[in-house]
Design a protein around this ligand. Structure first.
Ligand code: PLP
Length: 386
């Protein structure tokens, strides 16, 4: 049986995969089983921050794998401590809990917020306000956090204690916060799966101020927007706010599973021994990948992300068949006249991998995609949209 047949036969049918089998890659080019090259405008959904098999990253993870691939969290290891230090230095956050995915990073954030609220206000202060159209992950609790009904339907009962506010409507959020004993507010500054929609600056600032005044824990889900994707290290930095908790994953370790929940001053000591844990969280190989990636997301790289973003916005704005361009940094959504899925299939046939989000074409290239490849990809995408 060929790979696609084997997969369809034996892998749970949860993904509507494109009919492409990828066997390798280098940087922003990936190759399929027939030897066809594609410019990768997806980076594994914002995971391969420096593209496929980046040399520096590859060396870092191999060196760590050759030393020791895993220890339990009952012992100290260097990459975990080093990465936590780097994350705190770069953000001003105080402590980090490591896990393996975005959903887990968010689960930890909610646990911390609920414990903080129980400790300071009482156990009935457990409600978490999230936004409509948000996406926070696939565990039962994160489905509950996710403000999109179609993710909920088949899996009730969901975890109680989540209510959903309309994005960019501050008055509505205040009404919800008054109606419920609220532990936390959780937002994505740019809603990724929701169609690559950036929240307005006024709204995000008002929410942050409100959370602060009412001692409500502000959680920013940076799973997709984080680690340089927005043109700043974390997307909240574009808004001039300071969250209490930042969750991240996807691009953090450049292609290995790693989640991180960054805890600010207010909640840095909320978790005590035994309150939370993970077998694989803080895995040395994944963290060595994180150290390599984070160390290279410097001012120069971030300026490059903003420049490439500006180039793409200019290319796509007003182009035939493109009705709107949304997003931030190298996280971009195109509202196209043709159905997004048709545009993506046409791009794939022409050798450019793209994604969809809701009714939009979604672009998430590697942060260091070379300008010539970016230009070629933009030309193909424009042609397929027209
Ligand atoms: C992808 C994503 C998640 C879930 O991450 P997993 O690693 O798939 O669990 C959570 N929040 C946001 C904003 C995401 O984009």
């Amino acid at each position: 049986m060929d790979i696609q047949e084997l997969d369809r036969e034996y892998v749970a049918g949860t993904y509507a995969r494109f009919p492409v089998t990828i066997v390798g890659g280098k940087g922003s080019l990936v190759t399929d089983i027939d030897g066809k090259d594609y410019i990768d405008m997806t980076s594994g959904i914002a995971v391969n921050s420096f593209g496929a098999c980046d040399d520096v990253w590859y060396k870092a993870i191999c060196e760590q794998a050759a030393k020791i691939q895993h220890m339990s969290n009952l012992f100290y290891t260097e990459p975990c401590a080093k990465l936590a230090h780097m994350l705190c230095e770069r953000t001003g956050m105080k402590k980090v809990f490591f896990s393996n995915s975005g959903a887990e990073a968010n689960e930890c954030a909610v646990k911390v917020a609920r414990k903080y609220a129980a400790d300071t206000k009482g156990e009935d202060y457990y409600t978490v306000i999230t936004l409509k159209n948000s996406f926070h992950g696939r565990t039962i609790t994160m489905l509950s956090a996710t403000g999109q009904d179609h993710y909920h339907e088949l899996f009730r009962p969901l975890t109680p204690g989540f209510v959903h506010a309309e994005a960019d409507n501050f008055e509505y959020l205040k009404v919800l916060a008054d109606a419920h004993k609220t532990a936390a507010i959780m937002i994505e500054c740019v809603q990724g799966e929701g169609g690559v929609v950036a929240l307005s600056e006024d709204y995000v600032k008002a929410v942050a101020q409100f959370a602060k005044e009412n001692d409500i824990v502000l959680i920013v889900d940076e799973v997709q927007t984080g680690n340089g994707r927005s043109g700043q290290l974390y997307s909240y930095m574009n808004y001039g706010i300071t969250p209490d908790i930042v969750s991240t994953a996807k691009g953090l370790a450049g292609g290995l599973p790693l989640g991180a929940t960054l805890l600010g001053e207010k909640v840095k000591d909320t978790l005590k021994p035994g309150d939370h844990g993970s077998t694989f969280g803080g895995n040395p190989v994944a963290c060595a990948g994180g150290v390599s990636i984070l160390g290279r997301i410097d001012d120069e790289l971030l300026a490059g992300v903003r420049e490439k973003s500006k180039y793409l916005f200019e290319e796509f704005t007003g182009a035939p068949g493109i009705e709107a361009v949304s997003g931030m940094g190298l996280m971009m959504g195109l509202k196209t006249t043709k159905p997004a899925k048709d545009v993506v299939n046409a791009c794939i046939a022409e050798g450019v991998l793209c994604l969809t989000a809701k009714d939009r074409v979604r672009l998430l290239p590697a942060l260091n995609i070379p300008d010539d490849l970016l230009k070629r990809a933009a030309e193909v995408i424009k042609k397929c949209c027209a």
